[in-house]
Design a protein around this ligand. Structure first.
Ligand SMILES: Nc1nc2c(ncn2[C@@H]2O[C@H](COP(=O)(O)OP(=O)(O)OP(=O)(O)O)[C@@H](O)[C@H]2O)c(=O)[nH]1
Ligand SMILES: [Mg+2]
Length: 338
């Protein structure tokens, strides 16, 4: 199961009240005030964790509340502070205020921490209010309440390269061939129901994070099929690998398949439509598949990368090309586009 949208409430702890207390000791008959302060309430934090890649683990609960501070006590005892609550969310989670709809923070990197609701302050004990003219104050202040917020969390996966294509194009097989990921693969459309991420190792130092998406179909931008709602996961990809099946068993003529996906990208957002792309002919094994790849290249007018995930052919040069786009200087990437 995968979840990329979630609404939760967060509430920080209340500060403990300050205490009203007078010192009582045999040796000190007229003891002064000794009421201690209340402890501060705990805050709620969100922490971007690379261990998670879905919001699902958070869905079991609606309210995330930190602990209240304890009240102060006599003998100048300060109440214990309430414990903070740290809620782990997947890297790439965007945090919106549900009431106002604005983006509060994009937890885009592992380890990013956001104080989303600050704990209330502890109240002051009566000892704080003693002065030369008011030696026995009989009052203290209450702790303040902690912040509370309603949030909408939206996960946009963090991958450098996104795999796009019609259902059955061979996206998941490609991901499985170049990374340690084990996506479900089958010879029917819509095998992949949720995005999957894998990391390809090109060398000891070079890696490429790839996301496999459910297949897109014509009309996806208007909500057909599954693909459109997952397209946001490639919004942050620096390069898109557009996979087209050129085998005898292809469901669609390759150039038409290509144009369907191009159309859906354009329908989704102009920004995504001009993201750098590499056009990839998959299942390129037989001579007829090679011929179809050649025809695709002529029709598209861009270079076609020929691969076979099953025979493990053409994979490394394609990964290297994608890596080069990702790591190209920003200006070159912006000017690129395929
Ligand atoms: N011969 C051959 N078959 C392949 C290759 N890559 C994928 N296939 C087959 O194509 C079918 C679809 O592969 P998937 O990887 O599930 O395709 P997908 O694009 O992820 O499909 P959806 O998740 O439905 O969008 C499976 O039967 C695969 O075995 C390849 O390089 N060569
Ligand atoms: Mg798939």
């Amino acid at each position: 199961m995968f979840k990329d949208e979630l609404e939760i409430d967060v509430r920080a702890g209340r500060g403990g009240n300050g205490a009203v207390s007078m010192r009582r000791e045999k040796s000190v008959p007229l003891g002064g005030p000794d009421g201690g302060d209340g402890g501060d309430g705990g805050s709620v934090f969100l922490l971007a964790s690379p261990q998670l890649n879905s919001l699902l683990p958070l869905a079991g609960r609606h309210l995330y509340a930190a602990e209240d501070g304890r009240p102060g006590a006599g003998q100048l005892c300060t109440g214990r502070g309430g414990a903070d609550l740290v809620v782990e969310v997947p890297v790439g989670t965007q945090v919106y205020d549900r009431q106002w709809g604005n983006l509060l923070r994009d937890l885009a990197r592992a380890g990013m921490r956001l104080e989303i609701a600050r704990g209330g302050r502890g109240g002051l004990g009566n000892a704080r209010f003693a002065t030369a003219v008011r030696q026995t104050p009989r009052f203290a202040t209450d702790g303040t309440s902690g912040e509370a917020r309603s949030l909408r969390l939206e996960l946009k996966l963090f991958a450098e390269a996104g795999l796009l294509g019609l259902p059955n194009a061979g996206k998941s097989t490609f991901l499985a061939a170049v990374t340690a990921a084990t996506p479900k693969i089958a010879d029917y459309p819509f095998t992949t129901l949720a995005p999957q991420v894998g990391i390809a190792r090109l060398s000891d130092t070079d890696t490429l994070v790839l996301a496999d998406l459910p297949g897109l179909i014509e009309g996806a931008a208007e909500g057909h099929g599954l693909g459109h709602r997952f397209l946001r996961h490639v919004e942050r990809c620096r390069v898109l690998l557009h996979l087209v099946d050129v085998s005898d068993a292809a469901l669609e003529e390759p150039d038409r398949a290509r144009r369907v996906i191009e159309g859906e990208l354009a329908g989704y957002s102009a920004e995504l439509a001009c993201r750098p792309r590499l056009l990839v002919a998959t299942k390129c094994e037989s001579p007829t598949a090679q011929a179809r790849a050649d025809a695709l290249e002529r029709a598209a007018g861009v270079e076609v990368w020929r691969v076979s995930s099953v025979e493990r052919r053409g994979l490394e040069p394609l990964l290297r090309a994608a890596w080069n786009v990702v790591h190209a200087p920003a200006s070159a990437t912006a000017a690129g586009g395929a």
